[in-house]
Design a protein around this ligand. Structure first.
Ligand code: HSE
Length: 421
């Protein structure tokens, strides 16, 4: 850093990159040296003098102090950031997939090279959550972190409920508004939430998380009928990332992503549209919740720029930047298989209109250790089947899966199983 001006290189000039450049224009202690883009000829909202299509040019530029990566994806970002770190550059990234899959490698290399990797924007966009967990809340022992971590899916579920429109129609609306991509898989199948809950679990439980062991389900199978039945029973449906100790003080972690029925009176049930929320339960703090915009140009730029300025304000005073933000990833987490966890379940069943069918459902549940809390039958449909909805008491996932097979063997179609909290 020369003359108190921090020189940065930015990789990626999409929605977030554009927001970062715009926000930085009011800070004269930050100089954007070079921006790397995929296509040099693309028309852009903002004009940049030094564009390159080679991100390694930034990683290898001796003038650059900080590499800001807002391109997303693993390739080529992993190799680019590793090169930059070996060249002693600090990193600011919004790349959740990269950190969830390769965080251990990146953080270890950063520690070896005495540089800092900041990633506030990688989880819940504009909500400050990574910084507070690592600093202000450091004195806590956490038992749980969970949240609505994806704006696109929360928007779709909110619209399905409020307007009674199908998943497909609400997805189209989300695409028109620019929330969902043309290929929405990353959001709607829960990958984005999985990466974010992996990153949060890492800093909350101080363990290395294996993404491939996280149970993941998206929202594509949720129907308006499920939402209406859930509402009738006093619940809303939300896609949550959840990470918790199996028991208080237990080292085993239960980390998953799936739709959840949440009580309509809970605060989380009221988080609508593209808003995100993160809940933490720890000692001594108790329960706390952070809510705000989880995506989009300005909120995400707010977090990226905050990280850049945090480095800028330290770099002229010390060689060891923000030591409190460094991540130690020496130990693997013990991640429990979802089959061994206990939950309450909502099951929607399509049953033949025959005498005693509710009795059969009850018996199958009973032999599989499932105790029912509620049951409703919604008349008889034209095809002479009935929609029957049950909510169970706490049950082992393995027992529910066994019951599902036995119900289907009796011609009772299990249309959906959604966990309840
Ligand atoms: N696509 C994400 C969302 C934002 O809809 O919340 C980036 O992770």
């Amino acid at each position: 850093m020369k003359n108190n001006v921090l020189k940065i290189g930015i990789i990626g000039l999409g929605v977030v990159g554009t927001g970062v450049v715009k926000t930085l224009s009011s800070f004269n202690n930050i100089k954007i040296q070079t921006v790397a883009v995929r296509n040099l000829n693309k028309k852009r909202e903002i004009e940049i003098k030094n564009l390159t299509d080679d991100p390694f040019e930034i990683a290898n530029d001796p003038e650059i102090d900080v590499v800001v990566e807002v391109a997303g994806g693993v390739n080529p970002c992993l190799e680019v950031l590793k090169t930059a770190i070996k060249n002693k550059k600090h990193i600011v990234t919004a790349n959740k997939e990269l950190l969830a899959k390769h965080g251990d490698e990146i953080f270890s290399l950063a520690n070896e090279n005495n540089v800092t990797v900041l990633y506030e924007a990688a989880v819940a966009g504009g909500i400050p959550i990574i910084g507070p967990i690592k600093t202000t809340l450091r004195g806590n022992k956490f038992n749980k972190v969970m949240g609505i971590l994806n704006g696109t899916t929360n928007y779709i579920l909110t619209k399905m409920e409020q307007e009674g429109l199908s998943y497909e129609e609400c997805l189209r609306q989300a695409q028109k508004l620019g929330y969902a991509e043309a290929d929405p898989t990353n959001d709607v199948e829960g990958f984005d939430t999985m990466y974010k809950i992996a990153i949060l679990s890492n800093i909350v439980f101080h363990k290395k998380i294996d993404c491939s062991k996280i149970y993941r389900e998206g929202i594509t199978h949720i129907t308006i009928s499920d939402i209406a039945c859930a509402n009738e029973l006093g619940y809303k449906i939300k896609l949550l990332g959840i990470a918790q100790r199996i028991n208080d003080n237990d080292e085993r972690l239960d980390i998953r992503v799936h739709p959840v029925l949440v009580n309509e009176n809970s605060t989380i049930s009221k988080i609508n549209d593209a808003i995100n929320t993160v809940l933490l339960e720890g000692h001594p703090v108790g329960k706390i919740m952070f809510t705000g915009p989880g995506a989009g140009e300005s909120p995400t730029a707010s977090s990226v720029v905050g990280d850049i300025l945090a480095i800028a304000s330290e770099i002229s005073y010390t060689d060891t930047i923000l030591p409190s933000q460094r991540v130690n990833v020496s130990e693997n987490a013990i991640q429990e298989d979802i089959l061994n966890t206990a939950n309450s379940y909502f099951m929607s069943l399509d049953a033949p209109n025959t005498r005693g069918v509710i009795g059969i459902i009850g018996s199958i549940c009973a032999v599989n250790n499932i105790n029912l809390q509620s049951i409703i039958q919604k008349g008889i449909k034209k095809d002479n089947t009935a929609l029957i909805v049950v909510i169970t008491e706490k049950t082992l996932e393995q027992d529910i899966q066994n019951a599902k097979k036995e119900l289907e063997a009796q011609n009772i179609n299990v249309e959906n199983i959604i966990r309840v909290i």
